[in-house]
Write a protein that binds this ligand. Sequence first.
Ligand SMILES: [Zn+2]
Length: 95
Amino acid sequence: MKRLSPEYLQALRNDVDLRALIADLYVPVTISARRWTFACPLCRESDTGIHPQVNLARCFRCERNFNAIDLVMAERGCTFLEAVAYLESRLAPGE
Ligand SMILES: [Zn+2]
């Protein structure tokens, strides 16, 4: 089994396109000219946004940031390791 070093996990979080990930998780998305929002996996409201520079999704209502692993865990109700495996399968298809 692969060792999950902090560097590896950071790369995994940073390399994932959050918008593509959210679409992949079937999270409802609203796209307008000015704003791109998604249904928060915790409260289901769309008072949300993405910070592309830091690759974090944020819910302004819950006042929580979600990285890619947080999003997968919250949306799928899975464990940390399952979320990592999910992200790995997306980044390296067929491996
Ligand atoms: Zn929320």
